[in-house]
Design a protein around this ligand. Structure first.
Ligand code: SF4
Length: 178
């Protein structure tokens, strides 16, 4: 049986969902019998190639996030939003009720201890968006796994269902929203 190709990425997230993914522990060896990884923090592949499954942690807070997300959507047959940040914007979206310019000024110009006297403006830095968006506002998403983060057991159940050709289901004890 040929292996499915899987890519993962973290956009405006904290890598907590990837850490939870690693909480499948020794089952990672079983997973590696079924899949091979494309772009992911586990590999050093810089761009997502053609994949069967794309897993996206984090929402969209800047132009680079948009580009990476579109690359995933264009290359992945199935796209999964994993965790509250990807599903709803999550914690980073708490800045949505504030003015972005005010946030940057307070952090970089006025807040004691973090002030640098200059808002970073290197042209290589990705342009921040006014608001943080859940990924379904930018591309079509096939599946959503809520939770901050979802547990390793939930991720394992979801992926093994999907890989086996079953409709993924998370029953009582696995699905959560906090
Ligand atoms: Fe981190 Fe929670 Fe967002 Fe996952 S959902 S990236 S754990 S803040």
């Amino acid at each position: 049986m040929s292996k499915l190709r899987v890519a993962t990425t973290s956009l405006a997230g904290c890598f907590g969902c990837h850490t939870s993914f690693l909480d499948i522990d020794e089952r990672l060896f079983d997973l590696l019998k079924l899949v091979e990884f494309d772009r992911t923090p586990l590999t050093d592949i810089k761009h997502c190639g053609p994949c069967d499954i794309g897993i996206v942690e984090g929402g969209i807070c800047n132009a680079e996030n948009v580009a990476v997300l579109r690359e995933f959507r264009n290359n992945c047959k199935v796209l999964i939003a994993i965790g509250s940040c990807a599903v709803t914007g999550g914690l980073p979206a708490q800045r949505n009720h504030l003015d972005l310019g005010d946030c940057l000024s307070e952090v970089y110009l006025t807040e004691p201890g973090t002030s640098h006297g200059l808002i970073p403006n290197d042209p290589e830095l990705p342009l921040p968006l006014d608001k943080v968006h859940p990924i379904h506002e930018v591309v079509k998403v096939d599946y959503f796994i809520p939770g901050c983060p979802p547990s390793g057991d939930a991720i394992w159940k979801f992926l093994t269902d999907l890989i086996a050709g079953r409709t993924p289901t998370l029953g009582h004890g696995l699905i959560k929203y906090d």
